[in-house]
Design a protein around this ligand. Structure first.
Ligand code: MRU
Length: 352
């Protein structure tokens, strides 16, 4: 048995032609580790949200290509590259909003194309790049946790949304990594975590991670955010992001925008924490595809129908927070501050 409490396993790994991942749909009641040699199984896991969270999705996408390359029966490079293109198209069709997925697929494919000497060379290049991306994810999250924790002071009351911890990345996490790091540094903090309807990433996953880390916290329903801001003295909000645009728009889990507006109203600082791989310097806000998922996620709770038969639901799962509500964006290269048109391109390129 793989023991996550002993830190034997990351949320997703690739070893000897196999991918192993924690099926987060089963948490907190069951810690199921899926092991597969089939790239299609990993693509399904991304689509079904057994693997979710922008950085984890990115690495899972890279591992999908690594599995395809590792087990490919192609005897020439042309065959292998076209097989990889087909797998890339499958992966790109799984989830539309998290830019890390598209970034990861392009990065691995360009390695494959650049190393087209022979089948073995392409195989090695693809697997090597995917493994490098997983290692980088851990290091980038570690750096963000240190930088972000410097923003947290004794006495801070922090609100967080969705799940942005180790379960949403390869390890450590983005916004939750920052919060847990601050607590481990001895800072006296209290956290409010939203349950995050409809998939309940907060209630199921963030609560599980905060409890394991020993951080003092309470879970709240999403609609309690206004009262909690007004009555419980929230000083800072830390959230993750699925895509951050050049001008500072933050695309993240549905509900983030209303939290940012409430934070402004109540004088709380609002930070997004995301690696530079989440920054999209190309897209305009109107071009961003907001994922809509199955209506049943809203009409039912844990598979039990709540709404009357015949009722329809609209289920967008991300929203867009305008830059004017964002106090700062924490990345592995530092904190971007307004004006974002200037700071974000610099930080994305590693210049400050
Ligand atoms: O639909 P999900 O669960 O993949 O959405 C996740 C989020 O919105 C997270 O906030 C985001 O990916 C940042 S993860 C570190």
């Amino acid at each position: 048995m793989f023991c996550i409490d002993a830190r034997v396993m990351r949320s997703i790994e690739f070893k000897d032609g196999k991918v192993r991942f924690i099926n987060v749909r089963k948490l907190p009641h069951t810690l199921e580790i899926v092991e597969t040699t089939d790239y299609r199984r990993v693509a399904i896991a991304i689509k079904n949200m057994e693997i979710r969270g922008a950085p984890a999705i990115g690495v899972a996408a890279a591992f999908t290509l690594a599995l395809a390359a590792y087990h490919s029966r192609c005897r020439d490079v042309e065959c292998m590259l076209s097989e990889l293109e087909r797998v890339a198209a499958l992966v790109r069709s799984t989830r539309p909003t998290a830019v890390n997925l598209f970034w990861a697929v392009s990065r691995v494919l360009s390695k494959a194309r650049a190393s087209a000497g022979g089948v073995e060379e392409v195989r090695r290049a693809v697997v090597g790049e995917a493994l490098r991306m997983a290692e980088e994810d851990v290091e980038v999250n570690r750096r963000m946790s240190i930088i972000g924790a410097s923003l947290i002071e004794d006495g801070d009351v922090i609100l967080t949304h969705c799940n942005t911890g180790m379960l949403a990345t390869v390890d450590i996490g983005t916004a939750l990594g920052v919060i847990i790091r601050a607590y481990q540094e001895g800072k006296k903090i209290f956290v409010y975590a939203t349950e995050t309807r409809p998939a309940l990433q907060g209630a199921r996953l963030t609560a599980w991670e905060l409890k394991r880390a020993g951080v003092p916290f309470k879970l709240i329903v999403d609609s309690a955010v206004g009262l909690v801001m007004a009555r419980k003295g929230v000083t800072k909000v830390f959230v993750g992001a699925d895509r951050i645009l050049r001008d500072g728009h933050v695309i993240n889990k549905i509900g983030t925008y209303q939290i940012a507006v409430l934070a402004r109203e109540h004088g709380a600082e609002f930070y997004a924490v995301a690696p530079t791989s989440t920054i999209d310097l190309e897209s305009r806000v109107e071009d961003v595809v907001i994922e809509e998922r199955d209506q049943r996620e809203v009409l039912e709770v844990m598979g039990v129908r709540i709404a009357p038969q015949g009722v329809e639901a609209y289920n967008p799962v991300f929203d867009i927070t305008p830059p004017s509500y964002v106090s700062g964006i924490v990345t592995e290269n530092g904190i971007a501050r307004p004006p974002y048109e200037e700071s974000i391109p610099k930080i994305a390129l590693g210049k400050q």
